[in-house]
Ligand binder design. Structure first.
Ligand code: HEC
Length: 208
């Protein structure tokens, strides 16, 4: 049964000036997920995907050049006709964040993984944490159950076996803390299930 729950929490950064030493996990991934990944993912308009650090890494200089030149994100509306609800243009802080990140070697930063305590000794999870260079934190059943109204994919299997509404999404949300949000429903592949949540201890980057 594919119940190897795995949750990664990325922290969203917020500031009115760009961080001097941004990392992918804390600072850049939230910008890319917000502004670029709608096109830069499999099956969408752009020819390359920006859905993970590994996929982004070969493109970092091109990304910097495109955002500095304000070529990306592709923006077809007239900038003089007012603001738009789905305005994907980058703020100066976001552009500076990407520039600082690339000029300091485009580091990946820290990742945190969270799972249910009852699963924390599964060899697959321990190996995944090692491969991802992430610290694995075990959470209580109560912490996962507290997320019941916020998960996207209720799991009958997780309910029956562990008494939790689902493992990956609930653990990611619990790990991300109050105000955290899932970037999408959990993904399953090869017997592993993974969900990613952004923490918003601080508000998301300012928009202009
Ligand atoms: C509306 C869709 C869309 C969005 C949003 C978008 N892109 Fe793109 N991007 C494309 C397409 C299509 C291409 C390939 C065609 C081209 O090169 O013009 C591309 C190409 C690129 C390239 C490669 C340019 C090269 O050197 O060949 C980079 C780098 C890039 N995008 C970065 C970004 C970044 C960073 C963001 C977010 C800030 C972003 N894109 C948002 C559609 C998009």
């Amino acid at each position: 049964m594919p119940l190897t729950g795995l949750a990664v929490s990325l922290a969203a950064f917020a500031a009115s000036t760009a961080p001097e030493k941004p990392t992918f996990s804390n600072d850049v991934a939230p910008i890319l997920f917000d502004r670029c990944v709608s096109c830069h993912r499999p099956g969408e308009a752009a020819p390359m995907s920006f859905t993970s650090y590994q996929l982004v890494r070969p493109w970092v200089k091109a990304i910097r050049d495109q955002v500095v030149a304000r070529n990306m994100p592709v923006w077809l509306a007239d900038p003089h006709s007012g603001s738009f609800k789905n305005d994907r243009r980058l703020s100066q802080v976001e552009i500076d964040t990407i520039v600082n990140w690339v000029s300091t070697g485009a580091p990946e930063g820290e990742r945190q993984m969270f799972t249910l305590a009852a699963k924390a000794d599964e060899p697959g999870l321990i190996e995944a944490a090692r491969l991802l260079g992430a610290e694995l934190t075990a959470l209580s059943l109560a912490a996962l159950n507290a997320q019941v109204g916020r998960i996207l994919t209720p799991s009958a299997a997780a309910r029956a076996r562990f008494g939790a509404p689902n493992i990956a999404e609930a653990a990611a949300l619990a790990g991300a803390g109050e105000g955290g949000r899932l970037i999408g429903p959990r993904l399953k592949a090869d017997g592993a299930t993974c969900a990613v949540a952004l923490s918003s201890e601080r508000p998301i980057l300012e928009r202009r």
